[in-house]
Structure formats: structure tokens, C-alpha cells
Design a protein around this ligand. Sequence first.
Ligand code: G3P
Ligand code: MG
Length: 356
Amino acid sequence: ASRYFSSLLESEQRSSFGIAFDIDGVILRGRDPIGGSPQAVRRLYKEDGNLNVPFLFLTNGGGVPESKRANELSEQLGVRILPSQVLQGHSPFKSLLKRYENQLIIAAGKGEPAVVMSEYGFKKVVSIDEYASLFENIDPLSEYKKWTTNQVLDRSVHPMNTVSRCDVSSEAVKAVFVVSDPVDWGRDIQVLCDVLRCGGLPGQENGHQPPLYFSSDDLEYQAAFPSNRLGMGAFRIALESVFNRVHHNPLEHVSFGKPNPVVFKNAEAMLRQLQVSYRSNNSKESGDSGLQSFKTLYMIGDNPSVDIKGARQVCTDYSLVFVGGARVFRGKHNHAEFPADMASRMMELLAWLLIL
Ligand code: G3P
Ligand code: MG
């Protein structure tokens, strides 16, 4: 692998390529860096702290605003990661702002889903924890649960969030956003079935289903446990199976995140912006300030049906190379349906990055 990349890179200028790194299973396992990933990422910077190669993180994970995730990654990897270098599963939800800016919406999932949506500009956001707490007995199993959830419902969630208790209990929910992996599947399936089958007002007669958006559809992902963990796609299957049994119309939903081609287009646009700042930082040294199109974009991922499938869909006039770190995918050889151009184990990948 090292020899392959050495010869490849000898023929390329550094600014003519960009890298999109998947996070779970490639850079981190749980909260811990995998192998030498911090050293490898550090090699993408020059000594003065400017980027040596335009790169970003393209993950289906999330649950916190991009600025907070950038700070967490900076600590984990020992370099300064900018918020613009972090594209999470829910980042494309920003594109729905015009439609729902002042409408009551539910944000579900681990972390701070309501804060994420408020940061994007949505003004009437309520987390599913807060929402469930407003309806007495909505979860008949709550008395058996030993954990507590944050049930704050006021503007302290975010200064721009105008939601109040009074709105939420009387107003129909206009859309549901599953921002990150749900924590309490049982309660969330119950509450979402209530909201989605009754036109956005739990406890009412059946009504038209409000739109439902998922930030990804990953069936499995690699976390700290040795075998793969069930992801948002598994939750979607569970919700859909139950909903379709209790409601006459099948569940309608839209999934963002990889492998949605929009996500890879956004990543390319963001890498281009990073390339512009890379070139303006280097133009004095090289005397070259023109914007080059990328010859190659590398998507470095561990899940062929998400990372590689998605990148292949947007492969246009530039050459696109994929490297599978082989974590979710554990086959000895390349994946049959969505093969990486370079199927590599993590050590080989790091060897490549370390020779840059
Ligand atoms: O919950 C995270 C998971 O769905 C995948 O994350 O970084 O492998 O795209 P990632
Ligand atoms: Mg992954």
C-alpha cells in the first residue's frame, strides 16, 4: 500500500487532492483514537499550523453542534479542527430551515439534539425528552426506568429557541428530525408513533403523518465493543415495522447522511473552500494563486455500503479513489458490491498518510 501511494503522490501536487475521513471505525473507536490516527492527521498540517492537504471529517454520527464536535476532535487528535471541517449526519438538515424555521419540530436522539437544530436556526425546537415529559402516562414503562432525562423546556436550550410549554402541548408538531442515535428506543417508538399517526397531536384521532427525517440510515457501525453496534438504520426499521402495523398508511421518511449523494457534493464543495484557503496560504511561497480542480478526492471509510457506495455515486469528471479501513466491513478481500479502489487495513492507511 505504501509503495502504491508513494508513486501515486509523486505524480500529484498536494493541493490537487482532498481527503474526506469517516470517523467511527476509521479515526475513532468509541471515544478513543484508532492506532496512529492522531499522528496521521497531524501530518496533514504544516509546522505553522496551516493545512498541508485539504481534508475534513464526513461522519454519519452527531448529536452535538459542529463547533462542539470540532473542539472534541481537536482534543482527541491534538490539532486544531475547524467547524467547517466537520460534516455530520444532521448537517444537511440546515437545508430545510426555510420550510420549518418557525414551525414546531421535535428533535430526537442522544446528546443535544434541540441545541443542534437551534444552532441551525430552527426557532421552535423541542427535544423528544422534553416533549415526552409534557404528556402524562405517554410512556407506561417510565416508572420502571432508573435513568432521568433532561426535561428542561425553555429558552435556555438556546437563546433563539422561542418554544414554550404552552405552544408544545396545544400545537401540532410539523416535523420530526432524528438527529442522532435514539437513547430510549421503547419510549421513542411509542411517542413517535403517537405523533406521526395523529397528525402531530398525540392522543388525537388518526391524521396525516408529519414529515420524518433521519440524519442517517446506518444499520450498524463500529464503536468500542468488539462487534458492530446497531445504528440509526436499525432504529428506523424498528419504528417503521411497528408504525406499519398500527397505522393504515406506511411510514414515510427521508434519510440524509452518507450514502446520500448530496452529502458527498457538500463535502466536495467544502473541500474546495479549504483548498482556496490552502492555496492563499501557499501562494506567496509558490507564486501560484490559481484555483485548481481536484484531481482526486479520497473517501476513507470503513463501511462499503455507506462510505464507498455514496462516493461512487458522485464520481464525475475527476478520479475518485476509496480506501476501506475495513472495520464495519470485516471481509478479507474487497467488498463484492461496493469495492474500494484500495481496500486497506488501518496500518497500511496510516503508512500512506505518514509518507505524505
Ligand atoms: O452513529 C455513528 C455511525 O452511524 C457512523 O459514523 O463516522 O462511521 O460515519 P461514521
Ligand atoms: Mg464508519
